[in-house]
Write a protein that binds this ligand. Structure first.
Ligand code: HEM
Length: 314
């Protein structure tokens, strides 16, 4: 979903940190240019730049150092919950062992029957060869606009339109609207609907629903937003929320910082965490999927081998 090389390097840096020598060199370079930078930018801007660099360096340290809470008790933000409302990724149908299965027939109490019918290995094999849908406007799965969360299909009790619930919950919980989120994350605010999206149809759809660009709900703005970096499923503003929370999760949790050591986890435990990948974990449980996963560097990518289960139920 965030598929480009820079992202790959950045995620590794997030975990491993930048080398101390690299960070010290960068700071020394900045301080060495104090006179020329102050003359050009003024001392206030230079000091802010130094502060930002120092903060960046704290954020660039990776796991295994010292917890830094930045004055706020450990928590994940409400914005993170909103950005994680990724329901449009869901397809209407899945192909499992050559059979088309409606996602609505796999929910809640029905899930067990699907697992009993196909088996987990076949399900994993099928998922590995399918892609999610796109996080764009007018792409909400129909089945989720009428989903019964009570598990009782005989009545309307428990019936939800999740497209509405997603927006309603954000409003109920005081999540800021899309344009205010842009401002608060240091991104340029949109002045017109066309600043949000290049898609003329979507811009006019937004105009028909919202009086002002300030009213656009967070989720709706994220789904409409363009352009997106190559290979990115997420909008830029959602991406900001993800990276801030991903870093915070590592920096503010002592089990990733001062307690991320052999004393807490045992040497074997640390080695396990440092060397386990999703692909290794998957194959540890389902060694029969090795050919099907193929040579992908990460099992989160679409698998490249021949689907094991194609055309036959387990
Ligand atoms: C068939 C699959 C799914 C169903 C039936 C489903 C259904 C639901 C329901 C009923 C809620 C609670 C609504 C409420 O607040 O009243 C919910 C919340 C949520 N869902 Fe899903 N969902 C599905 C898949 C996903 C996926 C794939 C993601 C993200 C990758 C996701 C992310 C969320 C988030 C972030 C919330 C809000 C949680 C919170 O309020 O703390 N859901 N979903």
């Amino acid at each position: 979903m965030l598929y480009n090389d820079l992202m790959n390097v950045s995620m590794r840096q997030n975990w491993e940190g930048l080398s101390k020598s690299f960070m010290e060199r960068e700071m020394a370079d900045l301080k060495g240019r104090k006179a020329s930078l102050t003359a050009r930018l003024g001392s206030h801007a230079f000091n802010s730049m130094l502060d930002a660099a120092a903060n960046f360096i704290v954020g660039a340290k990776g796991v295994g150092h010292k917890t830094e809470l930045y004055g706020v008790p450990y928590s994940l933000s409400e914005d993170f919950v909103s950005a994680y409302r990724l329901h449009p990724l869901l397809p209407e149908e899945l192909e499992i062992a050559g059979e088309k299965v409606k996602v609505s027939d796999t929910l809640f109490a029905k899930a067990r029957k699907v697992i009993d019918k196909f088996g987990m290995e076949t399900l994993a094999d099928s998922w590995g060869h399918q892609s999610p849908m796109t996080l764009t406007m007018q792409n909400y799965p129909n089945f989720l606009t009428r989903v019964n969360i009570s598990g009782d299909t005989s009545g309307d009790e428990g019936m939800r339109n999740m497209a509405a619930v997603d927006v309603f919950r954000d409003r109920e919980r005081g999540m800021v609207r899309y344009n205010e989120a842009r401002r608060q994350y240091g991104l340029e605010a949109a002045k017109t609907f066309e600043d949000i999206t290049d898609n003329k149809g979507w811009a006019s759809a937004l105009k028909s629903v919202y009086k002002s660009v300030e009213d656009v709900d967070f989720l709706v703005g994220c789904l409409a937003e363009s352009p997106r970096p190559r290979g990115y499923a997420l909008s830029n503003v959602a991406f900001y929320i993800f990276i801030i929370n991903a870093s915070r999760r590592l920096l503010c949790d002592r089990f990733y910082q001062e307690s991320f050591n052999a004393e807490t986890y045992t040497a074997k435990g640390i080695e396990h965490v440092q060397t386990t990948t999703f692909k290794k974990m998957l194959l540890r449980h389902y060694p029969g999927l090795a050919d099907s996963v193929g040579d992908v560097s990460s099992a989160f990518l679409k698998w490249t081998g021949p689907p094991k289960s194609s055309g036959k139920a387990a």
